[in-house]
Design a protein around this ligand. Structure first.
Ligand code: CP
Length: 314
């Protein structure tokens, strides 16, 4: 992987995505060992800088960096000098002066990781920025699909819910289409991006839009639910959560329209009973917990590749 940073998947090639997924296979083998610690990042300092709350992404990056023997520093904005008014650029300059080799950043402002990448000599990984991108989530989603179904190319993947405000959906649209999947977006018109008749929008690759969930799920290989953010109703984008549940909740009956053995996915955190029924979230078709576990292997793979390593023998 010939890049300094991982900011989104729009500038990844299919070959680069495949390299990350293959390297994650090697990391899964490391994670199956009794002692999971290996030396590739010994002497490197990884700073995990989160300006927004997180459980899965923050913990899995910390585990990934520690498994690779990096020194890990966790910073939350509320307890750093950010709370005293320090700017993002000054924070990055300070962390560089303190010896940060890599920074993993989550920020509520779309584009913040790009600014960080301009000011840090080392690598920057986007752990989610505003509504824009969440590339490591999309990579672990693709890894989980490939692990379960053996391929990504040719699969029908339906993303249901608040696509418009979802950084996970956006990165998945880029990654999945580059890997040859057919992506359908489903949800109320107010929560979907506007696409032209051929499915293209200036900043998105070609996708299909289907507002009728029964049609969208028919024959799907993968169904990916997204969190419905309650503030969307307050913002007037949803008449009521009850109506959303009636029209778009992932229920057992709706999932039955997908192919037998179709995967049910969700990036988390879930609003059980809103976008997904609990019996679907915990069904045998659900791979939601596998997604969380695979997050460690994918993030190990990215840290390993960005540090310049290539060998699959770790
Ligand atoms: N999927 C995801 O980004 O979850 P967290 O907000 O818990 O990191």
């Amino acid at each position: 992987m010939n890049r300094k940073d991982v900011l989104d998947l729009d500038d990844f090639t299919a070959e680069e995505i495949a390299l990350v997924l293959d390297t994650a296979d090697a990391m899964k083998e490391v994670l199956s060992r009794p002692i999971k610690k290996v030396p590739p990042l010994r002497g490197k300092t990884v700073v995990i800088l989160f300006y927004e709350s997180s459980t899965r992404t923050r913990v899995s990056f910390e585990l990934a960096a520690k498994n690779l023997s990096a020194d890990v520093v966790n910073i939350t904005a509320s307890t750093s000098s950010v709370a005293k008014g320090e700017s993002l650029v000054d924070t990055i300059r300070t962390l560089q002066a303190l010896g940060a080799d890599m920074i993993v950043i989550r920020h509520s402002q779309s584009g913040a990781p790009y600014l960080v990448a301009q000011h840090l000599d080392g690598s920057v990984i986007n752990a989610g920025d505003g509504w824009h991108a969440h590339p490591t989530q999309a990579l672990l989603d693709m890894y989980t699909i490939r692990e379960r179904l053996g391929r990504i190319a040719g699969l029908s993947v339906v993303i249901v819910g608040d696509v418009l405000h979802s950084r996970v959906a956006r990165s998945n649209i880029w990654g999945l289409t580059k890997m040859g999947a057919k992506v359908t977006l489903c949800g109320p018109p107010t929560l979907l991006p506007v696409v032209s008749k051929n499915g293209c929008r200036g900043d998105l690759p070609e996708v299909t839009v289907e507002h009728d969930i029964d049609k969208a799920l028919s024959g799907a290989d993968v169904v990916m639910g997204l969190r419905i953010q309650k503030e969307r109703q307050e913002g007037g984008l949803l008449p009521s959560l009850r109506e959303y549940v009636q029209l778009y909740q992932l229920t057992r009956d709706r999932i039955a329209r997908a192919k037998p053995g179709a995967l049910v996915m969700h990036p988390g955190p879930m609003n059980e009973g809103i976008e997904i029924a609990p019996d679907v979230a915990y069904s045998t078709q659900s791979v939601i917990e596998n997604q969380v576990s695979n997050g460690v292997a994918i993030r190990m793979a990215l840290l390993y590749l960005l540090a310049g390593h290539r060998s699959k023998q770790i």
